[in-house]
Ligand binder design. Structure first.
Ligand SMILES: NC(=O)c1ccc[n+]([C@@H]2O[C@H](COP(=O)([O-])OP(=O)(O)OC[C@H]3O[C@@H](n4cnc5c(N)ncnc54)[C@H](O)[C@@H]3O)[C@@H](O)[C@H]2O)c1
Length: 309
């Protein structure tokens, strides 16, 4: 196999469907041997099935690539540990981890039950942390043994985590957490040859095809299918490759034919009394500072800018 992943081994979580499947196929097309993880869960995280991961691994092999299926739950320590072990035991190495698995349980905040909070934060945030931790332990050991890897992690965040999203407090909080995890991991793991970035995708999958049916629909005229999940994969494949040297701790939005660097929190206007404020003084200062501050973009789903803040 030739391509920018020739000789490399990649793990993709939640690769039995949607974006993860597209990433796995695209990585394999660039020469990666791929561990296709998927629990085969329902749209709200219910149940399990070995079929989605198995079918994608078969699809890669049918196209002449190399792949192995892994059906574990990546939000458990055993699932994440065995996922990394599958790459090492099957192919003898691990070069890239694409954290992608997850599901939604949307509710307005006042109706959001503890179970729906825990399940969504668990699958996205813990489900990113655990595979990352096990992969990082392997890469650190490799670096300490004198063979510094060109290792890459691509995490999956969301516009919901970057700007907020009405009806998705659990999901938005988890995806914002994925961004912070990305920044910390990039800073901590650079010395071991590991680069860590995050992508906020938008594409037609079972997560979006009904809620945003019109925006997600494929064109009937056979033109560019802007919302096909495969449009997000080239950026993921490049970030996961050795070619991406020097790019780390970044967040990108990827949708259709567009790639955007997302710029995060920056200090804006500031005031310093050099002594303790009274609450009234703090309020006056805040109003003056806000008058000179940039207005933040609207929260997704809010009726007007600032609503819901
Ligand atoms: N589709 C979009 O427009 C969009 C937008 C922003 C972010 N995302 C993110 O992209 C990622 C992929 O979503 P998708 O749209 O392809 O959804 P999808 O439902 O098609 O795919 C997600 C896959 O993750 C698997 N999964 C769920 N829990 C798992 C677990 N514990 N262990 C292993 N696998 C598990 C599911 O079985 C499923 O196959 C998610 O993190 C999602 O939040 C998607």
């Amino acid at each position: 196999m030739t391509g920018i992943h020739a000789g490399r081994v990649a793990v993709v979580t939640g690769a039995g469907r949607g974006l993860g499947r597209a990433h796995a196929l695209a990585l394999a097309a660039e020469g990666a041997r791929v561990v296709v993880n998927d629990l085969g869960a329902g749209p709200a995280g219910q149940g399990a099935s070995a079929d989605p991961a198995r079918l994608v691994a078969e699809e890669i092999r049918a196209r002449g690539g190399e792949a192995v299926a892994h059906g574990g739950d990546i939000a458990t320590d055993e699932g994440a540990r065995s996922l990394v072990a599958t790459a090492l035991e099957t192919y003898g190495r691990l070069d890239a981890l694409v954290n992608n698995a997850g599901f939604l349980r949307d509710r307005m905040l006042v109706n959001l039950g503890e179970d729906d909070w825990d399940a969504v934060v668990r699958v996205h945030l813990k489900g990113h942390f655990l595979p990352l931790r096990h992969a990082a332990a392997h890469w650190r050991a490799r670096a300490k043994a004198g063979s510094v890897p060109e290792a890459r992690v691509v995490n999956t965040t969301s516009g919901a985590g970057l700007l907020g999203s009405v009806g998705q407090a659990n999901y938005a909080a988890a995806k914002a957490g994925v961004v912070a995890l990305t920044l910390v991991a990039a800073a901590e793991l650079a010395r071991y040859g590991v680069q860590v970035n995050a992508v906020a995708p938008a594409a037609r999958t079972r997560m979006t095809e009904r809620v945003f049916a019109e925006a997600m629909a494929a064109p009937e005229d056979g033109g560019f299918d802007a919302m096909a999940p495969a449009n997000v994969s080239p950026l993921v494949v490049w970030l996961a490759s050795a070619d991406a040297t020097g790019v780390t701790g970044r967040v990108f939005e990827a949708e259709a034919g567009r790639i955007t660097v997302m710029e995060g929190w920056h200090p804006g206007p500031t005031a310093d009394k050099r002594d303790r404020w009274t609450p009234g003084e703090a309020g006056t200062a805040v109003r003056e500072l806000l008058a000179g501050a940039r207005t933040e973009g609207p929260v997704y789903g809010a009726e007007e800018p600032g609503q819901g803040l």
